[in-house]
Ligand binder design. Sequence first.
Ligand code: ATP
Length: 583
Amino acid sequence: MSPAQDGGTLLRWIWAGYLRRHLPLIGLALALMTIEGAMLGLLSYLIKPMFDDIFVAGNRGAIPLVASAVFGVFLIRAGAGFSQRVLMARVGQRVMAAIQHDLVRHMLTLDSLWFQKTPPGHLIERVRGDTLVIANIWNTVLAAAGRDAVALLSLFAVALSIDWLWTLIAVAGVPLLVVPIMALQRWVRRTTRNARGAAAHISTRLDEIFHGMTTIKLNRMERREADRFGQSVDRFVHAQIRSEAGQAGIPALMDIVAGLGFLGVLSYGGLQIIDGDKTVGEFMSFFTAMALVFEPLRRIGRVSGAWQAALASLERLYAVFLERPTILSPARPARLPAPGGACDIGFRDVHLAYDDTPVLNGLSFTAKAGAVTALVGPSGAGKSTVFNLLTRLIEPQRGQITLGGVAVETLELYDLRDQFSVVTQEAPLFDETIRDNICLGRDVPQDRLDEVLRAAHVIDFLPALPDGLNSPAGPRGSNLSGGQRQRVAIARALLRDAPILLMDEATSALDAQSEKAVQEALERLSQGRTTLVIAHRLATVRNADKIVVMDKGRLVEEGPHQALLDRGGLYAGLYKLQFASES
Ligand SMILES: Nc1ncnc2c1ncn2[C@@H]1O[C@H](COP(=O)(O)OP(=O)(O)OP(=O)(O)O)[C@@H](O)[C@H]1O
């Protein structure tokens, strides 16, 4: 992730990108906050006539006036406070929604490799947890800037109007706060960063537990997982307590300084009242103003801690926005010679390494247009990597990959991916209906849909489902069996009707009877298309036009089944091994 950002950069980013557009609402909320804050000053001011005119002077006529003034102050405060809170909630929620939306939109452009390196739990925590912190901070910051600052000013104005020396004594200790508060702010930002990291860890653990439930149960890992989860939670709690202690430290320091101020004023002012230099009303009004100062002061004190905590979240969000995709469409994309038609696939001297681990070491082969080419070889030979390179999910370090003679990186990315229908072993489904999983948001005529449902043998299991085609597939397709999931994925590929078919053990989860039927459907589908098949069970690729045998990221031999058997090389060895174990 990118280095730490300074607060100014983060603030400018969030202001320009998300807050500025709500300026009218924020302005209105600030105005209401100002009114709410000023009411506090007015209240403390009304204490003086309350004491001096009513209690001390015994002026009965002043009661209705002062009482209605006090009631009016509370009424205005209630109206302004309610309205500004509702407005700020709207701003906060909208800012959060906009960041979440932009964040997910941005993440969807990032390279597949970035997602492999960043655990899903971490990403979920950024989209949910960090944006929530940002949603809540504006209320705290703006309320401090508007309501609390105005409250402070008005209360100080009242205090100064009563006695400037008392006011000076009361605030004499404030400069002492500067250094410790700055140190605390640094502490809060650091500990909050740790806490946010630990929260991301918790999400990752949860993600792994819930997705790995079956493995956990079958391997009796419940205790271990619960312990590991407990450790993650403990780490979070530890970091969070440190962060909150830091945040709580700031208002606590203010309390101590305020206490010292009171001590001074009481010692000096008390004598003045006894000597008759000041009235009780003046002292009570001053005392109320200074007592009321604490709450907004403490809230303002909390702001700096909360702001530091929010900066840690802003920083984490900003870091994701700084990530740039490297796999992009070219500025001036090339065109395929025959768009939508079958075309040759070519790999020429392709090299690829993950960090320092080489995966492909100069792979070269061609797959003829309209023919079936099988990729076989030992596990880890790089067969799936070929698919990922063709579809530009990853990029090679060296070499050329072409479709119809055109280098894949010169094509528009969507155009390129439109050329492929991909069916893999895992058949990943979304938590939507089976219909949605097949149509993927496109409008499909019913007769065309029926056609693919029949061809992929989805029709066979629909009657057993509660709502047929409209039954939910469940999270990751968990309501369906492996074979059913695979048939749905095959129907999806059939519907896509792309000129190149990529199949990675496409029928591995089917029973023998369905496999035969689906295999036939796929064979029919592959007619006139360029088909690339990865197969571990060599019996399924006997009829391929060409078999490319890979080992350690290189082509070691190629040709039709019989020719490779006659050659007696790696393929013949693998085939004999499988044949022997099957018979
Ligand atoms: N994201 C990744 N980071 C690091 N190494 C990776 C990554 N993806 C794949 N590899 C490595 O690349 C090599 C080739 O993987 P690939 O999935 O292409 O093999 P394969 O021939 O399809 O294997 P199998 O037949 O077992 O599916 C493997 O050694 C694997 O460990």
